[in-house]
Design a protein around this ligand. Structure first.
Ligand code: PNS
Length: 159
């Protein structure tokens, strides 16, 4: 069984994330979306809110699950019996940081592979931080995030 983990902060999940989740789910038997509970970052949504939004979005996808993790990604992979880390790349700006993380994860556990998927060009400009910026000023979120989580994002900003 080939199990892949797609890790991230997902604060909140965007259509760019969803596109990667969808495409990766076709390449592996099972895909686990790993939501990082990061004590160093101050997320807008709590880890349980982020997980609940992802679960709503992946509801129709048979081989995709979501779970949270804290600590090292390689430990999360081990505990899920996974051997592949999925990462999405939008622009060259993502590359340097992602390259460093992939090498670090390789050093931590050489048995794991990081697989990069190029974003769909339709979504290359979308990021969770841009989504939050738009939402903060009550801009349109249609097309940026899955429709069924828009009310929850609006609620956070009291719109
Ligand atoms: O969506 P993000 O915030 O860019 O995702 C970053 C993430 C969660 C993939 C990365 O921060 C991570 O893997 N954190 C877990 C801690 C860890 O394993 N660090 C060592 C490798 S960078």
């Amino acid at each position: 069984m080939r199990i892949a983990v797609y890790p991230g902060s997902f604060d909140p999940i965007t259509n760019g994330h969803l596109d990667i989740i969808n495409r990766a789910s076709k390449l592996y038997d099972r895909e686990i979306v790993g939501v990082l509970d990061n004590i160093n970052k101050k997320p807008l949504f709590s880890v349980s809110e982020r997980k609940a939004m992802i679960e709503r979005v992946i509801a129709g996808m048979d081989n995709v699950d979501c779970d949270t993790f804290s600590g090292l990604l390689v430990e999360f992979l081990k505990c899920k019996n996974a051997a592949v880390i999925i990462k999405g790349l939008r622009t060259v700006a993502d590359f340097e940081y992602e390259f460093q993380m992939a090498l670090l994860n390789k050093a931590l556990n050489p048995e794991f592979e990081t697989v990069f998927m190029m974003t769909n060009s339709k979504y290359s400009y979308i990021s969770s931080s841009m989504v939050k910026e738009v939402a903060k000023y009550n801009g349109g979120l249609e097309g940026l995030v899955p429709e069924n989580i828009i009310p929850e994002i609006r609620k956070k900003y009291n719109y």
